[in-house]
Structures are given as C-alpha cells and as structure tokens.
Design a protein around this ligand. Structure first.
Ligand code: COA
Ligand code: AMP
Length: 633
C-alpha cells in the first residue's frame, strides 16, 4: 500500500488501521479495545492487551528460530572492544540478571534507576526490568548528581544500576562518587546499588547495599517473564521542560510494542535479520527506541556503540563501524555529522571503507542545516533523511518514510506526517494555518500508539503542559510550517527549551541556577547558534548594585555552578554582563531579540519595548565579549 493510502486510513479508520498493525505483535492476550479513554479523558491504546516487552524482544525470537542470530553488537571505540550477543545469549544474560533483581526484591510495578554508559549491561538491565514488569528510568551519564537526584526523588527506585565508570574520549569518569553525591541530596534511598566493575576503574564498595554486578549474577537463577497489561509502564524517561523540574515521560508496554514494530518497517525499512545502528547514548530516547527495543522487537541486529564520532580514535570511526558490521540503516544527530565534517571535510576517511551495505542515513534530534545535509549526501551518495520526533512520542512523527518507498528528498524538510499523526500548524490564537504559513506545530488527538499516555504520577502537569493550550490538540513546543505537499519544516522551539549537540536542555532551569547567585540582580539564559553544537546556552546577567567587584570571577563561578548542577553536557561557557536586559513595558525579558541579535538574524524593534536604548547596550556588551556568530564571524 502507498504512504497516502496508509496515512489516510490511519486517520479515517484509526482503530481498524491499528488493530491490523497490532497483529504483528505476539500478545499473550490480544487487546479487547484498540482505542479508549480513561476516567480523566486521556486516550489509551490497546486496552485489555497482555504482553511482555522482554519476551517480545528476546524469547520470541529464540522460540522462532533466531536464537543464533546476533541481537546486539557492542562496539566500544573507547576500550577497543567488540562483543556480540546472539538472541539466545542476550536472553540468557537478561533472564539471569532479572533473577538477581528479583532476589533484591524488585517486582512488577517497582522502579529501577539506571545510570550507566553505553555498554551491554545497560541494555541487559533495561530488558531485565521489562522481564519483571518493573519500570526503568535511565539517566544519561553526562548529567550532574543534582539531575540524578531529582530523578531518584521522583521515581523512588528500589534499586540503582550503574557501572564503575564512563569513558569520555580518554577521560575516565568514576560514577560511584556521582551517585553517592546524588543520594546525599535525596530523601529517598534505594535498597540496593548494583555496580558493574569495569577494568578501567574499580569502584570501592563499602556497604552491604552495594553489590558487585558480576559476582552477584553468578549465583542468580534465571527469572521468567511476567505478564503485564498494555497500560502498564515500561519505562520513564525524563526530558527537559521549561522549568527546573524535568518531565517524566511515561512509555506504556502495549502502544510502545506496536509503535516499535510498525516504525522499524514503515519508517526505517529495516527487517528481521538486518543491521540497524542508532548512534546515541543509552540515556537518550533515540537509544531506548532504536538501539534497544525497536531493533530487538523487530528481530533485527542492533549496534551499541560506545564512543564519539571523532577522536575515538578519529573521524573515520562511524564509517568503520558501519562497514565492519554491515549496517543497513544508520541514525545519528546532525551535530555528529558536523563534527566529522570539521575534521575530515574532504571525506577521506569515508573512502577507506566499504559502505555498500548502508542504505539509509537518518538524522534527527535538532535542525539539520542544509550545509550538513549537502555534505553528507555528497560524501556518502546515499539518501540522507531528516525526520522529526520528541522524547514524548518515542518514535518519528514526521518523516520521508523509507518503508513505503522514499519520496523526493527536500533539503530542510522533515517530511510528511507518519500514519497515526494528524499534524497541523496553528496560529497563536488557535486558527489552523494553510501551506507556507508559519505557526505552532500541534497534533490533533489522539496521539499515535507509543506516545506518552501521561507524565509520571502527574496527569495534571501532562494536561497543563501539552493539552490545555488548544482543545483537542497536543502542543509540541516547536514552530514551523508545511508546504503544498504537506512536507513540514521545523523552525525551532517556541519555548525555553534548546538543543545542544542534539541534547534537549532547559534554559529556564539554567536561569534559575544563575539567578540564585548572590551577585546576580537579574538574568536571561538564551540558546544561541553554534557552528558545531547547533545551539549553546549563554547567560546575560545584570549585577546587583554594590556587587560590581564580583564581575571578574562571575563567569567562572556560574560556569562551575551549571556544570555542577546540570552537568558538562549543558556546555554553558559564557556569561555576558549587561547594564540592563531588554524588556517589554510589562516586564517580560525579550529573549527572542537577544537570540536573534547574537545569531545575526534580522529582528523588528518590538513596539512594546520599555527602552530601545537597552538594545544598543546589549549589542555593545556582545561585541565586547565576542559572543554570538554575529560578533565572531
Ligand atoms: N558522561 C560524562 N560527561 C559527558 C558525557 C557522559 N556520558 N557526555 C558528554 N559529556 C561531557 C563531555 O566530555 C564534554 O565535557 P567537557 O566540557 O569537559 O569537554 C561535555 O559533556 C560536552 O559534551 P558534548 O557536547 O558531547 O561535546 P564533546 O566535545 O564531548 O563531543 C560531539 C562533541 C559532537 C562529538 C558529540 O556531542 C556528539 O557525538 N554528538 C552527537 C549527539 C548525539 O548523539 N545525540 C543524541 C540524540 S540523537
Ligand atoms: P528530544 O525530546 O530530546 O528528542 O527533543 C525533541 C526536540 O528536538 C523537538 O521538539 C525539536 O525541537 C527538536 N528536533 C528533533 N528532531 C528534529 C528535527 N529533525 N529537526 C528540527 N528539530 C528537531
């Protein structure tokens, strides 16, 4: 069937469409209802369905002739290691680790926090939770202890899983001190902390609650998979909202399984037995969906990569991995491509490797600039496909869908709505806009299966943050437009969320931290354009009267503070001291004007500005500090 037929069926015969797609999943009990609403009026997919996501990812394939096929290929460029796991091996490791978790008291419905680098044990930990019906919450290793503490306090895990260290280029990062520090900040204390000792660094285990992963697993007995309901949460993954409190996106088991199976074929044209590689850290949504669950539920082979696109050891690493493991479908963030392009503009490394198995090169996570798209297309001579999704959706919502036969690629566009998503552009006053009119990107309810049914233990925040602005629509937080062919163009966030190296961060949260410094009278943290990272946050600070002496050390102190509270991935490195911030007469800081000025974009002097002189003052401060592409290029 063509994309158009499928898309139209998904909107006009929604339940028939998804009933049919749901049949590709091996349910223990097929759902009684496809789409329903709960008592709060929130949509739910596949009511009455019973399944187990670990069974679908592993046991199903072992039972159906794929036991000896590679399920996971771990390729660590930072430790020079390759380890392959067949479906049977991965099932056995997972069952045994689930047995250990069960011995530690983890049961269906309990939560487990995972703070680990991209190593196979992180995947085993996730799948073991799914096997027991426990809910995992993976926290990215680049987050500081404070961020980890927020997530521990919110999820109240029974057990924490971690490794003794992560490796950043050549730098060893011991994890235990970070976890210990986080636990000092939280009221909630997990019963156990299971630590995988890596050769590069051994953690000191000091209490009975701290358990050596490999030692303990030796005596554990394999645990069987349990039956869960469609609506039971599989995992929670926190993402940045506009405030200091991250949003706990909940993924349910039933909708997720169907979305994974459907998208692997329809979006990525990847089938059982074929090799898929999403080059993302396990801490991000991309890896949850397309390193762990998507490829495994699909019976494909997934590559788990530990390293960076450059300097591990060089800008040829990605091409080496693709060639060595015969990757058919690849997925990364545009930042990674920009990093490679910077080091190897001529693509000399690309030509060293046989990339004949590679069919598709997908990018997402941030806007893919045309120069990056053109470079990758020219160098690879393969389709480079930009597509758009969010942690909230868990799978792509706008895409040029390979599974229906690729459409013409339009540089700058993220493609058409994926079946199941009625995506519209709306004006701030709620009018649906036509082609080429820019506005807010919204989705008519219901969202597709696999999308967040709610936020962790917070229906109210879910409704307020996403559903209450325009009745019957989900607010994505992005702005953009579509053309006459219904191909969409995403122009960026409309809120205080920014994308740094494809990592979603909250400038609002950073502002709260900057504002807490005793010398700061007021501040704005704004995401400005960065050649490599897409965006990076910069602080604009007004110093309190009488605190002028603090100016000299303020930048260093704030940089340290954000690094310590949010983490190094915030890449907060500059503070511009200004006399005043540009504001409206009602006192709202004109952040968009600050950003546009830094990025060298044209902007109109807002009619509501309190004092136009603040704009000149701001320009002078940026010029002096040499912050923003407008003042450095
Ligand atoms: N644990 C600890 N620290 C981490 C970390 C982790 N898991 N991940 C990143 N960091 C640190 C980095 O070491 C760096 O620290 P520094 O300031 O001391 O140098 C800082 O956080 C910023 O990291 P990053 O923005 O990743 O910069 P980088 O120079 O290390 O690497 C790229 C640059 C482009 C190679 C890298 O950002 C990249 O591979 N990006 C792809 C993005 C991606 O996969 N996104 C996932 C969504 S699809
Ligand atoms: P995350 O939840 O971390 O996946 O971030 C989601 C946000 O990243 C979206 O709301 C967009 O702002 C941005 N984003 C993701 N993919 C793209 C893309 N292909 N083009 C532009 N922005 C994107």
């Amino acid at each position: 069937m063509s994309y158009y037929e499928e898309y139209s069926r998904s909107l006009n015969q929604t339940e028939t469409f998804w009933r049919e797609k749901a049949r590709s999943v091996d349910w223990f009990t097929f759902p009684e209802k496809i789409l329903s609403k709960n008592e709060k009026g929130l949509y739910r997919w596949f009511e009455g369905g019973k399944l187990n996501t670990c069974y679908l990812s592993l046991d199903f394939h072992v039972d159906n002739g794929r036991g000896d096929q590679d399920a996971l290929i771990y390729d660590s460029a930072v430790t020079d290691t390759i380890r392959k796991f067949t479906y049977k091996e991965l099932r056995d490791h997972t069952a045994r680790f689930a047995g250990l978790l069960s011995d530690l008291g983890v049961e269906k419905g309990d939560t487990v926090v995972i703070y680990m680098p991209s190593i196979p044990e992180a995947v085993i930990g996730m799948l073991a939770c799914a096997r027991l019906g426990a809910i995992h919450s993976v926290v990215f290793g680049g987050f500081a202890p404070h961020e980890l503490a927020i997530r521990i306090e919110d999820t109240k895990p029974k057990v924490i899983l971690s490794a003794s260290c992560g490796i950043e280029f050549q730098r060893i990062i011991p994890y235990k001190p970070l976890i210990d520090q986080a636990l000092q900040e939280t009221n909630h204390q997990p019963d156990y902390h299971v630590i995988l000792q890596r050769d590069q660094h051994k953690a000191e285990l000091v209490s009975e609650k701290e358990i050596d992963w490999n030692e303990a697993v030796k005596t554990a007995k394999p645990a069987d998979y349990v039956t869960v309901d469609s609506f039971d949460p599989l995992y929670i993954l926190y993402t940045s909202g506009t405030t200091g409190k991250p949003k706990g996106v909940v993924r349910d088991n039933g909708g997720h399984a169907v979305a994974m199976k459907y998208s692997m074929a329809a979006v990525y044209d990847t089938h059982p037995g074929e090799v898929f590689w999403a080059a993302s850290d396990v801490g991000w949504q991309v890896a949850h969906s397309y390193t762990v669950y998507g490829p495994l539920i699909n019976g494909s082979t997934s590559v788990l990569f530990e390293g960076k696109p450059i300097r591990t050891p060089d800008a040829g690493t990605f091409w080496r991995v693709m060639s060595q493991h015969k990757v058919k479908t690849f997925f990364t963030a545009p930042t990674a491509v920009r990093a490679i392009k910077k080091e190897d503009p001529e693509g000399k490394f690309i030509r060293k490797f046989d990339l004949s198995a590679l069919k598709y090169f997908f990018v997402a996570g941030e806007r893919c600039d045309i120069a990056t798209y053109e470079w990758a297309t020219k160098m690879l001579q393969k389709p480079v496909i930009d597509h758009w999704w969010q942690t909230e959706s868990g799978s792509p919502m706008l895409c040029n869908m390979a599974g229906y036969g690729l459409d013409k690629i339009k540089p700058g566009s993220v493609g058409k709505p994926v079946p199941g998503y009625d995506i519209q552009v709306i004006s701030p006053d709620g009018k649906i806009l036509g082609p080429n009119e820019e506005g807010l990107i919204v989705i008519r309810l219901p969202l597709g299966p696999g999308c967040l049914p709610t936020l962790w233990q917070d229906d109210e925040d879910f409704i307020n943050s996403y559903l209450s602005m325009y009745e019957g629509f989900y607010l994505t937080g992005d702005g953009g437009y579509r053309d006459e062919d219904n191909d969409f163009y995403i122009m960026g966030r409309i809120d205080d969320v920014i994308n740094v190296s494809g990592h979603r961060l909250s400038t609002g949260e950073m502002e709260e931290i900057v504002a807490a410094h005793p010398a700061v009278a007021e501040c704005a943290v704004v995401g400005i354009a960065d050649d490599l990272k897409g965006q990076r946050p910069v602080g604009f600070v007004v110093i309190k009267d009488g605190w002028e002496d603090a100016a000299e050390t303020l930048e260093d102190e704030l940089v340290k503070e954000i690094r310590g509270k949010v983490g190094p991935i915030a890449v907060f490195k500059s503070v511009v001291i200004v006399k005043r911030l540009p504001k409206t007469r009602s006192g709202k800081t004109l952040r968009k004007v600050i950003r546009k000025m830094a990025d060298g974009e044209e902007f109109k002097m807002p009619s509501t500005i309190e004092d136009p002189k603040t704009i000149d003052e701001l320009r002078q401060s940026m010029e002096q500090k040499k912050v923003g592409v407008a003042f450095t290029h």
